[in-house]
Design a protein around this ligand. Structure first.
Ligand SMILES: [Zn+2]
Length: 71
């Protein structure tokens, strides 16, 4: 048998959270986000013509609910 080495098995636990951005459906083109449980300064976001916007703080994605608003 080979001599026992003092090397520890390295755990391959990833501490990086790569969760997909949360998608929030909204019915208005202007929404406010304060991060919910995580919390961040309240910001107002405009979905604009694209119909979606990502919060710069918590990466929540706000999308316009289909069939709402626009005439
Ligand atoms: Zn946010």
């Amino acid at each position: 048998m080979a001599a026992r080495r003092g090397r520890r098995a390295r755990a391959t636990v990833s501490t990086m959270t790569t969760e997909p951005p949360q998608i929030v459906e909204v019915e208005t083109e202007v929404v406010s986000c304060d991060g919910g449980p995580l919390g961040h300064p309240k910001v107002w976001l405009n979905l604009g013509e694209e119909g979606h916007v990502d919060c710069p703080y918590c990466d929540c994605r706000f999308v316009l609910k289909p069939g709402s608003g626009h005439h």
